[in-house]
Design a binder for this molecule. Structure first.
Ligand code: ZN
Length: 69
């Protein structure tokens, strides 16, 4: 459990997809999600192997989601 602003979230969902090539990531080690947590913007940029990059962010319910810039 980590503190997320004024409430707590539990990373129950660690899977997300690249919005470009749909490659599935499973961030079991919280490599990316932890980065989101540490960033004040609650998001992190990920370079995908398809040579695009996208953002991973955590929504208000603690679910990871991705979006294109
Ligand atoms: Zn990709």
């Amino acid at each position: 459990m980590i503190e997320f602003k004024n409430f707590f979230i539990d990373y129950t969902k660690t899977e997300f997809n690249c919005p470009y090539c749909q490659k599935q990531y499973n961030d079991k080690e919280l490599k990316y999600l932890d980065k989101c947590n540490k960033n004040k913007t609650w998001r992190t940029r990920i370079s995908c192997e398809c040579k695009e990059f996208f953002y991973l962010a955590i929504d208000y319910s603690g679910q990871p989601f991705t979006y294109k810039k």
